[in-house]
Ligand binder design. Sequence first.
Ligand SMILES: [Fe+2]
Length: 423
Amino acid sequence: MKNIILLFIISITLSACKSTGEVKNKKADNIAITSTGEKPLLLRQPYLQMVRPTTTTITWKTNDLADNCLVVFNQIDKQNKKVVKGSLVNHEGNKFNEVVLTNLKPSTTYTYSIYSNGHLLASGKDYHFTTAPNHKNKAFTFYALGDIGAKEGQSFAIEPATRITELNQKPDFGLGLGDIVYPKGESKNYDNHLFKPFQEVFKNIPFYPVAGNHDWLSDPEKNFEKEWSLPGNEHYYSFSYSNTLFIGLDSSDGGFYQIEEQLAWLKQTLKENKNSFDWIIVYLHHNGKSCTYKNDYEHVKSLYTVFANNKVDLVLNGHAHTYERLKAYDEFGNVDNTINNQSNYNNLKNRFISITIGAGGKINKKWKADPSNPENCKDGSIVAHSEHVPSFGLISINHKKLIFKGINSYTGETFDTFSITKN
Ligand SMILES: [Fe+2]
């Protein structure tokens, strides 16, 4: 095939592959991007992960033809381009093209183009990312939803994805609350069930999922972990953003992955960070107490004391395909009935709010949210707001104020909102 040579006037940073972790910097004034052989087929649009203050991971999937990959990027308001080479990972007959950008500026927006075998596969003003802040004063927004990707006709994942792209204030990242891909978390279903409906979101906004019971129906090592680049062991991990610590847990089938190690890690992480952040948000797949059609999960309930006594503010979960916000819980797992206003909380102290956001792509059509129905739960008085609609959560944090919105995935309307303010 005829070679195509593209010239850029750039400074170049050459980065080694993820597998080695080595970084070599080499300055040059010019670079020629030379195509080598046949153009690989782009099977999955690029998606962002691990967008930190100075680093970002960009991944895309091609067929097996790819031998090399690189990203060309520049600050959105500057012409100076940089090139970073990446690595290729074989998976089920295709290639993950993964490029780790380093030495970025915090809180800065960049546009990017992706190349495999020197062939341009995606480019343009719609391909951009913004690095995380390196201080704790930045206001930010994130979305959260669980139980997302199923086959056409069984999932409405395109609806929350579309609403998220339409938001005036684009979220800085998203949380996936487990059951990311149905029916069994298989890699072969990730493209049609998740990445295609979410491609316009994922190319600009990083995603941090945790595994749910359906993701565990296939070996996560050969599926879930192949699809994502996440912190730590990729099952349970933490990351910070501005003044907030996020902790993702792997509740597996409700019994927790490596339960002793994971809970020891959770307690240690909370202890170490108890006074370092204004907000702590935990997310996992299974619910503790609930007035949905799901059972209460004892392992989650047993963590209420840990959450409440270590300044956790929100606990977000999926699993039940509905929306349910509970009243503030104390460390004994009881509703604090001294709080009358369930819309504006002040100084919750040793209290946290637990919310099920599990209608991200599936909804239980045979069930109705009705906390007064004893078939749904033992005690409906624990519920602050329930609404049985396709939905996602949108959370904004600005210094000492958190605003939560439950948003209808079809209409974009906010059907539930509350705030927490701290002194
Ligand atoms: Fe589930």
